[in-house]
Design a protein around this ligand. Structure first.
Ligand code: PLP
Length: 388
């Protein structure tokens, strides 16, 4: 967790003292302020603050009308929640290769498109922007939706546009491990009024029940959704955190530049689709063999370096519930068993994306913190140069 201090304490205290922790009561307007700030920062017309990043992804998929009978393309290197959101919406995740940028390969997206494909989820993994120009062009050509998973990339950008605001919808996460945090939390973004209305209805049962005035100006009719509504305490945290986001990103970017400037003459850095927009939460270096990568990671373990293939549920070959097609507890609710998905299903194997496994086993990464000192950075540079 990065930079939490008196500003968060003040906002949370204000909400507790107001005795009004319910978003829709308009008390301290913490959640509404978060939504307003997210729109201002990203340039998106609508945003909904909610309980998690996976909730935001699921909501976006449902609101775009994606469900049984549809395929959604996701990368083989992302947290399992991206694929689980597709299953939660009733659709079938199709796993695509990544390229050397560690983000989804536009070429493999095209290769994986079928008549069932409805959407692509590019994931800006560890804050690294995907090749959005190519992805959006493919989506346009094949009439597909783009839902950006920016859960690990709060505040990042691609060619000057904020991540999460480029596709038809976008998702942020504010869980404990993210760039800014409320412990748990997330948000969805969209420019479409229709997607916004459907998302509001889906993510909040009270939209169609107790608090009817939320839908006063809606043209979308109510339907049964779920309950992903955020509370004012998380709103208070993210409200304060959003004011620190630009400072955090700017410090991370300075730190990454300092470290990479110190090693780039000897070590190959992973290429980037937009170095300026990278959130700079990780440094990634690449080798021509997995043995060299393992050896390097071992020599640099004192500052947390790891071979990316060892990222557990961030690598598709460890997505057991997906690989084993366990889509729900109740078999009748399981998208993998639904008649509508009979032809849209694919077979999953641990080696189905060999390029992804190869790249991840030759890439070493380590996390940066926004408050690293010059001495800490110099030590990392020194250790890496010696290890190389
Ligand atoms: C790439 C990615 N997508 C989605 C999620 C889901 O976010 P949350 O944990 O807030 O549901 C995460 C969380 O770790 C993530 O890293």
């Amino acid at each position: 967790m990065f930079r939490v201090g008196k500003e968060e304490i003040e906002q949370v205290t204000k909400s507790i003292e107001s005795k009004d922790l319910f978003k829709l009561n308009n008390g301290c307007r913490q959640c509404y302020n978060v939504e307003e700030k997210l729109c201002n920062i990203t340039g998106s017309k609508y945003s909904i603050f909610m309980t998690s990043g996976q909730a935001a992804l699921t909501t976006a998929l449902v609101a775009l009308g994606i469900g049984p009978g549809d395929q959604v393309i996701v990368p083989g290197y992302t947290y399992i929640a991206t694929a689980m959101a597709v299953v939660a919406a009733g659709a079938m995740p199709v796993i695509a290769e990544i390229d050397d940028t560690l983000t989804i390969s536009p070429e493999d997206i095209e290769a994986k498109i079928t008549k069932y494909t409805k959407a692509i989820i590019p994931v800006h993994i560890i804050g690294l922007p995907c090749d959005m120009d190519k992805i959006c062009a493919i989506a346009k050509k094949h009439n597909l939706y783009v839902i950006e998973d920016a859960c690990q990339a709060d505040g990042g950008s691609y060619k000057g546009k904020r991540l999460g605001s480029i596709g038809d919808a976008g998702a942020f996460s504010f869980n404990y491990f993210k760039i800014i945090t409320s412990g748990e939390g997330g948000a969805m973004l969209t420019n479409s009024r229709e997607v916004f209305e459907r998302s509001l209805i889906y993510h909040d049962s009270s939209a169609v029940a107790f608090f009817g005035n939320q839908m006063e100006e809606f043209t979308t009719e109510g339907f049964c959704g779920t309950e992903f509504r955020a509370n004012e305490l998380c709103g208070a945290m993210v409200n304060a955190q959003l004011d620190k986001l630009e400072g955090i990103l700017s410090n991370l970017r300075e730190t990454k530049k300092y470290i990479t400037d110190g090693i780039k003459d000897v070590i190959k850095l992973a290429p980037s689709n937009d170095p300026e927009g990278d959130c700079s939460i990780n440094v990634c270096v690449q080798f021509d063999s997995s043995e060299k990568a393992s050896d390097f990671a071992e020599k640099c373990k004192e500052f947390g370096a790891f071979v990316v293939i060892n990222s557990d549920r961030h690598v598709y070959s460890n997505w057991q519930p997906i690989l084993e097609k366990k889509g729900a507890l109740n078999p009748l609710m399981d998208p993998f068993k639904m008649e509508a998905n009979k032809d849209a299903q694919i077979e999953y194997t641990k080696d189905m994306c060999p390029k992804t496994l190869d790249i991840l086993s030759k890439t070493v990464s380590f996390c940066l913190k926004c408050d690293m000192t010059k001495e800490q950075c110099d030590k990392i540079i020194d250790t890496m140069r010696k290890a190389f």
